[in-house]
Design a binder for this molecule. Structure first.
Ligand SMILES: Cc1cc2nc3c(=O)[nH]c(=O)nc-3n(C[C@H](O)[C@H](O)[C@H](O)COP(=O)(O)OP(=O)(O)OC[C@H]3O[C@@H](n4cnc5c(N)ncnc54)[C@H](O)[C@@H]3O)c2cc1C
Length: 196
């Protein structure tokens, strides 16, 4: 496997995106490895290319500063769901009029501005069918969970049990036993947010 690819390659204009990085790895791999794609037609196993890509991608993405690349659909999705579930997890139990307006506003801003065009179109359709439920923390968390499940379903992924408010709170606010272990003596997620 090629070891000479520069993990900072994303700083180069030739490697602006992870797709480019993947292509670059494929090209570099084919020129330096006998088991990779070559003019004679031999091909690097896909699993090897993906492992190489993942190791370089992480090195590039996790480096602060110039090496960072823009989020793709998956990364942006994870970050956006984290925001929405977290907002819902810390939403007031008895929201006032302004809280409710802000919660609806957040949802409608995402439906209008979310950069993945087909994601946002489907999201709009979903929220027309089921407008945001913002009367309480539990209700809003469940509604966000159901929206996320609609996308999970579309992508053939496992559904979360949205009726289980304890599971939702554990995932997005209080953490599992494993999280609490790792927080022992350290700042918890909630504390780092100035919440508890
Ligand atoms: C509004 C919106 C629409 C999107 N539409 C599309 C689309 O049309 N096509 C597409 O390819 N991608 C879409 N995405 C992105 C997609 O939903 C995923 O975020 C992305 O594919 C990354 O998936 P993942 O497996 O890493 O985990 P994610 O689905 O991002 O989930 C992150 C974590 O949330 C938890 N989780 C999962 N489901 C639930 C739930 N129902 N309730 C609470 N917690 C949960 C799990 O712990 C999971 O690890 C959309 C994202 C958003 C925010």
């Amino acid at each position: 496997m090629n070891q000479e690819v520069d993990p900072t390659a994303c700083e180069e204009t030739a490697c602006r995106t992870k797709v480019d990085l993947f292509r670059q790895l494929r090209g570099a791999s084919s020129s330096s490895s006998s088991s990779s794609s070559s003019p004679s037609g031999t091909t690097t196993p896909r699993s090897e290319l993906i492992a190489l890509y993942q190791s370089r991608k992480d090195a590039v993405l996790q480096r602060p500063g110039q090496g960072e690349c823009p989020p793709d659909r998956e990364e942006l999705g994870r970050a956006t769901w984290a925001l929405m579930h977290s907002v819902a997890a810390y939403y007031p139990h008895q929201p006032n009029v302004e809280d409710k307006r802000a919660a609806r506003g957040l949802v409608s801003a995402i439906a209008r501005l979310y950069p993945c065009s087909h994601c946002r179109e489907d999201f709009r359709t979903e929220i027309e069918r089921s407008p945001p439920k913002v009367e309480s923390q539990e209700e809003f968390s469940r509604w966000v969970c159901e929206q996320h499940n609609a996308v999970n379903d579309k992508l053939g992924r496992q559904a979360f049990t949205c009726g289980d408010s304890g599971a939702l709170r554990e995932r997005w606010r209080f953490g599992s036993e494993r999280c609490r272990e790792s927080w022992r003596g350290e700042e918890t997620a909630g504390e780092s947010l100035g919440q508890e």
